[in-house]
Structure formats: C-alpha cells, structure tokens
Ligand binder design. Sequence first.
Ligand code: 13P
Length: 249
Amino acid sequence: MARRKIIAGNWKMNMTPSQAVALCDTLKDLVVTDEADVVYCVPAIDIIPVVEAVKGTNVEVGAENLYFEDKGAYTGEISAEMLVDAGVKYVIIGHSERRDYFKECDCLLNKKVKQALKAGLIPILCCGESLEQREMGVTMDWIRLQIKSDLTGVTADQVKGMVIAYEPIWAIGTGKTATTEQAQEVCKGIRDCIAEIYDTDTAQAVRIQYGGSVNAGNAAELFAQPDIDGGLVGGASLKADFGKIVNYK
Ligand code: 13P
C-alpha cells in the first residue's frame, strides 16, 4: 500500500498572530493538493487564529511542542488536551532545537510521545545527527538510539499512525541539504529500525519525512525517494515557495 505524502511547515518562533493569519491567506490557493497531507506547525499563540484561518481548506494544524502531564501546576506549559480542544491534529516532538537549547532528553520525549498518542494527536517525532556524529560514522547508531528510546512502550498500531522526521542537524537552516542519497539512506535505516523493533507492516505504514533546507528546488528529488514520505520544512514554509514544495511534482 502506497503511503500518503505529508508535507509540514515548522514555523518555529516566527509569525505573530496577525502575521500568521496573513500567511495562511497568502498560501491558501498555493497549497491546494489532493496528493499529500499539508500541515502548518505553528507557535502556540498562533494555533487558534490559524485553525480559524484554515477552516474549510486542506490544511491541518500542528503544534511545535506539548507537555506530558494531563494538567496542573506547570507554569508556561501546554497540555495535549488543550491542543486537541483548540483543533490541533499533529505535534512536533523532539526537534533538535528543543533537544539542544532546552535540553529535552529521550526519557522526556518518550513521555511526550505517549501523552500525545493518548490524546489522539499524531506525533511528528524528530531525530537526526550532528555533523561530528556523521563524520565519526555513528549516524545510524545515534538515530537508532533516539528512535528506540523515544518509542519505548509505544505499540505497533500507534507507530503505524505516526510520522518520524529525519533532520540532520547540520542541514537545518544552513542551506546545506543532505544529498538525496544520504537522506534516503537514513530514512531507510529508520524504517529498518522500526521493522526490527516492531514488524514489517508497521515499518511499511509509518511515514518518514526528511527535513533540513528543503526548498522548491530540491523537494521533488527528495520526495521521490522510496523511503521519504514528504518533508518537514522550516524557512521555506514561511513564504509562497511552500506552495511549490507542496505541489512538488
Ligand atoms: P530549515 O528548512 O529552515 O532548514 O529547517 C528545517 C527544520 O528544522 C524543520 O523542522
């Protein structure tokens, strides 16, 4: 069974609420497609206006983070239930910026993945190696460790509905995309890892994105690879070019 492509924008800490609504308006006609799921992962404060702005379109909304507890005294955090109630369908978990700048470890990320799934959100679980790790030849060892730890206690059926994003840290925001071969090789490695932990059906069902300097010029070649089921797009998701990435064929 062919996997449906999923092309998601990760807006990161960009776009005020009014800018967010204006961007949705600019992109509205450009991101229309029957062939892929289109998602905007937006800052928490933009969620409600963006959900409203994309109503009646093919765009779905994602969050960039969540907390793993149900509710309570966790100042500044946002729960899965709040996201669901606001109309969010996806949530990015374990982006390298959260792992690095906010010291989120795999143990925490595992709790977040389970909490998202419990609430009915689809996690977009990120993984990826640093340049030093690639040069040392430990890319796949590192990514396998991330995947195995982050998915501890997650069932095969849950994994089938998830999205995993492979984002080499050295390719994020640098304009330096992984080569198509590098991206395909690691995405296949992730699928093989899922097959080992779970089974072939689960590995064939899970969608694996590539992220890291995806743009209108390189999307078609990347997304044509057998194990790359779309992209997680940073900078280029904030402009009209995102329409070209969504309609990459
Ligand atoms: P860029 O597309 O800006 O390199 O960012 C990639 C990314 O981090 C998406 O999550």
